[in-house]
Design a protein around this ligand. Structure first.
Ligand SMILES: Cc1cc2nc3c(=O)[nH]c(=O)nc-3n(C[C@H](O)[C@H](O)[C@H](O)COP(=O)(O)OP(=O)(O)OC[C@H]3O[C@@H](n4cnc5c(N)ncnc54)[C@H](O)[C@@H]3O)c2cc1C
Length: 396
């Protein structure tokens, strides 16, 4: 059954963009709707794992993205009290991925590249619209009618399928009354970004560092221009102004690495962290992907990466349907595969990552794993999300 009406994709984040480009490259008409007037450039995800880079390579964009990021072969787990370092070398994954490294690169650089590619090379199959906010959907036997606000004007757009990539607050998930099951952590996370060369303050700091401590754990992530420091706040005090204040951030950074003057802070954000998965990722002709379908804490960088893997899996199924190689039951398999690994692997792993970074005992175990190439490879297969992609393939 060839797809003639466009697949409507709500949301031009990394997940909607991946789905749109993959489908357009296969000759399937797509309509990408973004509620904002321009692509957001907020600092959110900055880690691309190896299999995501492999996918972006198949889209023909890896070289251009890599040129704008930092290639990180190593990453570290450090114990704040003992100073011990467990370092993992992604080179161990050579042969299992075309890109045995993490790419540290802001997610907006990726969406900008995809948007350009869609406009410049796929205008016959793809139409991209800003200021189009999806509000609801009505399903018919053979299509969807999507209710959209276009600069204050209501209109209905007709398509074959609707992919909801409209983020954690998904209007589509809510309109369909799909439960978003899970929990919210008591503490908020603060991310402060500084151009200061933090690598001068620590011995052999790698671009990605998880620094454990029962009370004062933190994550240090390098992007091409900034160091991003992620710190938890005290759950007993609900006072964003305090956590975002210069005073508190400087005090935390100086406690982490004493310095003779204030650190320059160019960006700061505080946010609530959740572990939630939508109860179903398919409702008839509507499919959920990315943050609309699942959210987790950012330790391990699995939110955007998992979302790109959803988009890839879903696009493959639609391409098969378009080519007459299967019917819409393939989309139930999308739900079983991606929702399955999300619940069994991504949620579990990220919850463990948060427990581990607070634990006193985890460092010794990580040191043993890092020192044993076989165990380290196994560890990297999981943390790089290659294992979850393999697991999904085994789900019928
Ligand atoms: C501080 C921070 C750090 C993070 N670090 C990492 C990391 O290193 N690695 C990682 O994998 N993940 C990370 N994440 C998570 C990652 O940012 C998200 O998982 C990712 O952005 C999800 O992509 P998405 O396309 O599903 O949703 P989004 O990026 O939220 O995009 C949704 C898009 O839909 C648009 N939209 C919303 N509503 C509508 C509507 N009704 N109609 C049309 N358009 C709509 C929005 O404007 C937006 O452009 C981090 C998150 C935060 C907050």
């Amino acid at each position: 059954m060839s797809i003639t009406e466009p697949v409507i994709i709500a949301g031009a984040g990394p997940v909607g963009c991946t789905a749109a480009l993959r489908l357009a490259q296969a000759g399937i008409p797509v309509m990408l709707l973004e509620s904002l007037s321009a692509l957001p450039e907020t600092l959110r995800a900055s880690t691309f794992h190896p299999p995501s880079i492999d996918m972006i390579d198949e889209l023909g964009l890896a070289d251009r993205l890599i040129a704008q990021g930092l290639v990180c072969r190593h990453y570290q787990y450090r114990d704040r009290r003992t100073g011990e370092i467990a370092e993992f070398d992604l080179e161990l994954l050579r042969g299992l991925t075309q890109h045995p490294y993490r790419l540290q690169c802001e997610q907006w650089k990726y969406t900008r590249l995809v948007w350009q590619e869609l406009q410049e090379k796929h205008a016959t199959h793809a139409s991209c619209h800003f200021d189009h906010s999806v509000k609801g959907v009505h399903q018919t036997a053979d299509g969807v009618e999507v209710l959209v606000w276009d600069r204050g004007e209501e209109k209905i757009l007709r398509g074959s399928w609707l992919i909801a990539c409209d983020g954690a607050d998904s209007a589509i998930r809510k309109a369909l009354a799909i439960e978003f099951e899970g929990f919210t952590y008591p503490e908020k996370f603060l991310v402060a970004s500084t151009p200061f060369p933090l690598e001068t303050k620590f011995e052999r700091l790698s671009p990605v560092n998880y620094i454990s401590d029962p009370d004062e754990w933190l994550v240090l992530l390098r992007t091409p221009t900034l160091w991003r420091v992620l710190i938890p706040t005290d759950p007993a005090i609900d006072d964003d102004a305090r956590w975002l204040s210069d005073e508190w951030i400087q005090e935390r950074l100086h406690h982490m690495a004493p310095h003779e003057s204030d650190y320059e802070i160019v960006h700061r954000t505080i946010y609530r962290v959740h572990q939630r998965v939508a109860k179903t990722w398919r409702r008839g002709r509507v499919l959920l992907a990315g943050d609309a379908a699942h959210i987790n804490n950012p330790l391990g960088g699995m939110g955007m990466n998992g979302g790109i893997h959803d988009a890839w899996n879903l696009a493959e199924k639609l391409i098969q349907i378009h080519a007459g190689e299967g019917d819409d039951r393939l989309l139930d398999r999308y739900d079983r595969q991606r929702r399955g690994v999300c619940v069994r692997f991504v949620q579990e792993q990220t919850i463990k990552n948060r427990q581990a970074i607070k634990s006193k005992d985890r460092q010794a175990e990580l040191m043993r794993i890092a020192a044993d190439p076989e165990r380290a490879t196994d560890f990297l297969l999981k943390s790089s999300m290659i294992a979850s992609l393999r697991d999904a393939e085994l789900i019928d």
